[in-house]
Design a protein around this ligand. Structure first.
Ligand SMILES: [Zn+2]
Length: 120
């Protein structure tokens, strides 16, 4: 179990993962390239907001399928449900305790700029 916190501490979540993150990635889509965060992903049932659900703001754009959440107090991206599979939760690895995102190896790239659902 890992704890996720936004910067100001208004929002907290528990993520059901072991100490080793399975997959970490960045994404080059229009919103992720602006956030610049490193993300990992779990099933929705493995991600629980434990504090400050009412402090979360939701941002949606384009097809409005994906849900991008951020703390309305400090502005930090906490998690999102991706368009490709809303049953999954992507989360901000930089919000986890005891993980130095600058020391992570094998940070993959999700090619969100060429989203699979946009291909004809
Ligand atoms: Zn906050």
């Amino acid at each position: 179990m890992k704890k996720l916190t936004c910067h100001c501490g208004a929002v907290e979540a528990e993520i059901n993962i072991s100490n080793k993150l399975e997959k970490v990635l960045r994404c080059n889509c229009s919103i992720c390239k602006r956030k610049g965060s490193i993300m990992s992903i779990v099933k929705n049932e493995d991600f629980k907001i434990t504090k400050g659900e009412d402090k979360l703001s939701l941002y949606q754009f384009y097809t409005k399928v994906a849900k991008h959440y951020f703390c309305s107090v400090c502005g930090i991206y906490t998690h999102h449900h991706p368009r490709i599979n809303p049953a999954l939760t992507g989360f901000n690895v930089g919000c986890l305790e005891n993980i130095d995102t600058f020391k992570l190896e094998d940070v993959g790239l999700a090619d969100g700029q060429n989203h699979p659902l946009d291909k004809k």
